[in-house]
Write a protein that binds this ligand. Sequence first.
Ligand SMILES: Cc1cc2nc3c(=O)[nH]c(=O)nc-3n(C[C@H](O)[C@H](O)[C@H](O)COP(=O)(O)OP(=O)(O)OC[C@H]3O[C@@H](n4cnc5c(N)ncnc54)[C@H](O)[C@@H]3O)c2cc1C
Length: 399
Amino acid sequence: MKTKKNHYQIVIVGGGLVGASLAIALDAVGIDLVVIEAFAENSNSQPSFDDKSVALSLSSLKIYQRLGLNKVLNNAEPIKNIHISDQGHYGFTRLESEKLNQPQLGGVIENRVLGSALTTELRERAIEYCCPAKVASAKKIIKDDKNFMRIQLEGGKQSIDCDLLILAEGSRSNLKSQLGYQTEVTDFKKSALVCNITTQNPHKNWAYERFTHNGPLALLPLSDNRMSIVWSNTPEKSKELLEMSNQSFAKELEQAFGSRLGRIEKIGKRNAFPLMQLVTSKTVSDRCLLIGNTAQQLHPIAGQGLNLALRDIEALSKKIEKLSLDKECKLDSKNWLDEFESERMSDRLETIETTEALARLFSNPSKTLSLSRNLLMKIMDVTPIVKEAFAMKAMGFKA
Ligand SMILES: Cc1cc2nc3c(=O)[nH]c(=O)nc-3n(C[C@H](O)[C@H](O)[C@H](O)COP(=O)(O)OP(=O)(O)OC[C@H]3O[C@@H](n4cnc5c(N)ncnc54)[C@H](O)[C@@H]3O)c2cc1C
């Protein structure tokens, strides 16, 4: 597949959850762009639109609402309340939307359903989504007194130029290494087991985060009384959980989670993912910007990867809209990119650091850390101001 033109203001490489959301936001501010995606639109192997689910914070739902993405909002199962507990201890805390005067704390949507809503929207808004087409290389071209970015499609099919290149290729981005970005890798030596389940008792829009002996276990409410689980374990334990029968898996899960939702009645396909944090220190360079998992892949404990990217997307589209009001839209100036990076720095660093700290605090079986967790939950439960600050963060707002 080739793109319609050979020059665009912006080329987005990667039409996954982040690239597709970004394209919709930039189209809304009048940017001439193309999204290039390696996988065909309805391919089952599209890695971004897989069987996992994402918990969208209230602030992310509001971003999608501002973009007019009702298909996303209609398909997201509301999270009304959150219950946080530690296996084998009494400490627990609850965040309840009603007590916080909010209609809901967030929403949960399957990646496949979100992906399909986003690609349908791209088509309906006539945003160019070139797929399947893989970008093989990218470089900066300086010609006469002009400079721009040039990308090459795999197989030498076509080269495309742009004023600004945005990499939304996910964490295994080849182009960012080609362009010289450095990535810091932290291996948590854990793996996340993911699947959907149905429980005997209805979830009533509660989400649960439980700290088990092996690692955190999250249960998120989905439509039709299903729940999406993300269970962090050692790679050996995850392998064992993946390979056991449904019956044995249900027993293990009931033991770890307890009996709040009764028996586990149905178990969907199980998958496991290694838990790594990949952080690129610089996210911009001359005429190039990294976003989503290309900039940072986070531990899923706090469910922040896509939520952080959506906050970046909203800030970026506002910045570009402001620039476009200038008669000569200067997408080529590096100054605004540096400015954008520093404006987003505190949210980015805070999200990365908090996620990493939570992953370490809540994945460690040590008795001292377990006491700290319980103390933290007890403090939160009896101190409304601490709880409210935590809730604001969970909903994606500044506390
Ligand atoms: C178990 C788990 C649970 C999670 N839960 C949450 C949650 O509750 N809330 C939350 O906010 N986040 C969550 N996340 C994180 C979230 O899923 C990711 O942050 C998000 O999906 C990243 O999307 P992306 O588009 O940046 O990258 P990807 O999903 O990796 O998409 C990259 C896209 O680029 C394409 N591509 C790659 N290279 C090329 C190329 N050279 N040319 C063309 N196309 C290319 C790929 O085909 C793909 O479609 C979770 C993650 C995990 C692992």
